[in-house]
Design a protein around this ligand. Sequence first.
Ligand SMILES: [Zn+2]
Length: 105
Amino acid sequence: MFCCGKHVKIEAEVCADPVWCLCGANLELDAFPLSEELTEQLWEWNVQYGEWLEESDYDDDLLVQRLGKEAIEDFNRRGKELAMRVRKELGEDVQVHFSPLKMRE
Ligand SMILES: [Zn+2]
């Protein structure tokens, strides 16, 4: 399930699992020994991003424009919370990182 070292980065992506290695390799979410509930919520969070992006013609800037800062902040808050739960479930020897959706000012 890990790639180079016990690192997991949580980042929403279209047509990919929301878990990554620090080298950029996409990891398989379902391979991690996470609770069913948390796995499901991570998928839901990821699908939300995919739907937003699809509605915005796959343009990140347009997505931010359409949704507004608050929706993005909510989304990032949710992602961070999920990342913290991943850390809790995987244990102390796994480094969990979180990569928020970026907003251009
Ligand atoms: Zn790697």
